[in-house]
Design a protein around this ligand. Structure first.
Ligand code: RET
Length: 235
C-alpha cells in the first residue's frame, strides 16, 4: 500500500491533473459568471458547480486509487449521478436564457435517459448484471438523451434563435462525440478482457474516463461561457 502518489503511477497522475483542472475551471466559471448578462448567470453558476463537484470527487478518487490500486467505481458514479443531471439542466437553462419557452417535460425526459444510462453502467461495473447487459442498458439511456436533443422539443425551440443555436449545436456535439469516450472506456475495461490482465484493464478504464470527464465537463462549461459572452457583448 502506498501513502503517496508514485510518479510511475500514471493513472494516479491523471487523477491529480484532472483534480487541478476542475478547481481552476470552477474559479474561472464563477468569476466570469459575474460579468455576463443576468439571464446567463445561472448557467455559468451551474457550469461551475459541475466542475466543483467533480473536483471534490477527483481528490477523493485519487486517494482511493493511490491506496488501493482499484477503480473508484462508487465515487465515480456518485459524481456522474450529480453532475450529469446538472448538465441536462443546462440544456434547459440556456433555452430559457435566450427567452425561449420549452416545457419542463424536456428536462424530465433528459433525466430519465440519464438514470437509465447510469443505472445500466453501474449495474454492469458492479457485477449486478453481466457487463454486456449493463452496456446495452447504458447505451439505451444515452440514445434517449441524444434523441431528445437532436430530434425532440428542445431542438425545435433552439432552432428559433441563431446565437443560441450555435451554443446548442456545440453542446449536443459534446453529448454525441465527447460522451462516446465513456462507452469506449467501458469496452476497454469490461468487454475486452483479451487485451490484457486485470491491471491493464483497470488502468485503461480510469485513464479513459478521466480524459472523458476533463473534456466533457470543462469544454461543456467553456461553450456556455462563450455563448454568454457573445450574447452579453451584443446586448
Ligand atoms: C461529467 C460526467 C459525464 C458527462 C458522464 C457521462 C457518462 C456517460 C456518457 C456514460 C455512458 C455509458 C454508456 C453510454 C454505456 C456504458 C456505460 C456508461 C455509463 C459508461
Amino acid at each position: 500500500m502506498e501513502y503517496f502518489l508514485q510518479s510511475s503511477d500514471y493513472v494516479a497522475v491523471s487523477f491529480w491533473l484532472v483534480s487541478i483542472a476542475m478547481v481552476a475551471s470552477t474559479t474561472f466559471f464563477f468569476y466570469e459568471g459575474m460579468f455576463v448578462k443576468a439571464s446567463w448567470r445561472t448557467s455559468m453558476v451551474v457550469a461551475g458547480l459541475v466542475t466543483l463537484i467533480a473536483a471534490i470527487h477527483y481528490y477523493y478518487m485519487r486517494e482511493f486509487w493511490v491506496h488501493t490500486g482499484e477503480s473508484p467505481t462508487v465515487y465515480r458514479y456518485i459524481d456522474w449521478l450529480l453532475t450529469v443531471p446538472l448538465q441536462m439542466i443546462e440544456f434547459y437553462l440556456i433555452l430559457v436564457a435566450a427567452g425561449l419557452a420549452v416545457s419542463s417535460s424536456v428536462f424530465w425526459r433528459l433525466l430519465l435517459g440519464t438514470m437509465v444510462m447510469l443505472l445500466g453502467g453501474y449495474s454492469g461495473e458492479a457485477g449486478w448484471v453481466t457487463p454486456s447487459l449493463g452496456f446495452v442498458i447504458g447505451m439505451t439511456g444515452w440514445v434517449i438523451i441524444v434523441f431528445e436533443i437532436f430530434r425532440g422539443e428542445a431542438n425545435v425551440a433552439a432552432s428559433k434563435n441563431k446565437s443560441l443555436k450555435q451554443a446548442f449545436d456545440a453542446l449536443r456535439m459534446i453529448v454525441l462525440i465527447g460522451w462516446a469516450i465513456y462507452p469506449i472506456g467501458y469496452i476497454f475495461g469490461f468487454l475486452t478482457p483479451m487485451i490484457g490482465g486485470s491491471i491493464i484493464y483497470e488502468d485503461a478504464l480510469n485513464i479513459i474516463y478521466n480524459l472523458a470527464d476533463f473534456i466533457n465537463k470543462i469544454l461543456f462549461g467553456l461553450i456556455i461561457w462563450n455563448a454568454a459572452i457573445k450574447d452579453t457583448i451584443r446586448k
